[in-house]
Ligand binder design. Structure first.
Ligand SMILES: C[S@@+](CC[C@H](N)C(=O)[O-])C[C@H]1O[C@@H](n2cnc3c(N)ncnc32)[C@H](O)[C@@H]1O
Length: 319
């Protein structure tokens, strides 16, 4: 099989990032070993993508990748084989993918608060790589994303088909699979991952390990915005999600970041997730946020918990 991640080595050359060879090796191994019942169908879809001129117009809510395809209907059908599309929107070969999430809303909450010009970025739990395009559009040098969900890696392959050879990578790895030698990124991001981790301190320690001394952390996660409580530990599901372990207050989260060895910790945004930001579309036909909120009181989830509120935190690893 052709190497998928070899380009990461030249893309990170001359930067402070170390442990790249081990990362590439691990990612190639996992990619060659991807297992999922739908994988043959997804691979067939990738093979059917039309040849178009590579193109990347990135600084848009829906990054435009690839020149328009000759047969947009056929392309739409092919891309639909990679349903459900959760993070976007994206415009691939002239076809706009209206994803479950308006991830551009999240981007707009983050972008005014950081400068990633020339940065190497590690994005842990990057989904299909949508934010990587936005980061390159904002001047990042190279974005390395990791995500263990096979479909999202396939969706990234589809995007690369249209974008050409750009330094936005999605590796099929969990945070716990990162090599111990990996580190030195100018910016490390973790968005929408912390509450899925049973051991948040372990996740934060990994984020610190991967950040260069003096580098920045961006942490985006669900919080509870209520005085009097430090954390909400859902008994069972939260907004119909099975794997939500703990939701802290922003103040408690800041303390966790300090304990993990970060400084200059600031909460730059707190925002309730709306049904305009997360909803079902043609490209994600399963249930979404509207079905997870109490119809009689949309400030509560169907389980009676406070409805989703998300915080954006910035912090620095001491130099
Ligand atoms: C809620 S989504 C967030 C995606 C994107 N970062 C965003 O903010 O829109 C959580 C992502 O984390 C990934 N994930 C779950 N456990 C992970 C782990 N241990 N390491 C890395 N990614 C993980 C999931 O596959 C999923 O794509």
């Amino acid at each position: 099989m052709n190497p998928v991640y070899a380009e990461m080595v030249p893309a990170l050359a001359g930067s402070a990032v170390h442990g790249v060879e081990a990362l590439v090796k691990r990612a190639e191994r996992e990619f060659a070993d991807l297992g999922h019942g739908d994988l043959p169908r997804w691979q067939k879809a990738l093979a059917q993508l039309p040849r178009v001129e590579p193109l990347a117009d990135l600084d848009h809510p829906a990054p435009r990748l690839g020149a328009p395809a000759e047969d947009p209907r056929a392309l739409r059908d092919t891309l639909m084989a990679l349903h459900p599309w959760r993070k976007g929107p994206l415009a691939l070969g002239g076809v706009t993918i209206d994803t479950e999430w308006r991830s551009d809303f999240k981007w707009d909450r983050i972008a005014p608060h950081w400068d990633i010009t020339g940065h190497t970025v590690l994005d842990i739990g990057c989904g299909n790589g949508y934010f990587g395009w936005r980061m390159l559009g904002a001047g990042a040098k190279c974005v390395v994303g990791i995500d263990p969900t096979t479909l999202f890696v396939m969706q990234w392959r589809a995007q690369m088909h249209f974008a050409g050879n750009l330094p936005n990578f999605v590796l099929p790895l969990k945070d716990t699979q990162l090599p111990e030698t990996l580190g030195g990124f100018d910016t490390v991001c973790s968005m929408g991952v912390l509450y899925h981790r049973r051991d948040p301190a372990d996740h934060l320690a990994r984020l610190r390990q991967c950040t260069r001394p003096g580098g920045q952390l961006l942490l985006e996660t669900l919080v509870i915005d209520q005085p009097g409580e430090k954390v909400l530990v859902p008994d069972g599901r939260y907004a119909r999600m099975r794997n939500v372990w703990e939701l802290p207050t922003p103040a408690h989260l800041a303390g966790q970041l300090e304990q993990a060895g970060f400084e200059a910790i600031r909460c730059v945004d707190i925002c309730a997730t709306t049904v305009e930001e997360q909803r079902s579309t043609d490209w994600m036909r399963f249930e979404s946020l509207p079905e997870c909120l109490d119809p009689a009181d949309p400030a509560r989830t169907v389980e009676g918990h406070p409805a989703p509120v998300r915080a954006v935190m910035l912090a620095r690893r001491p130099g």
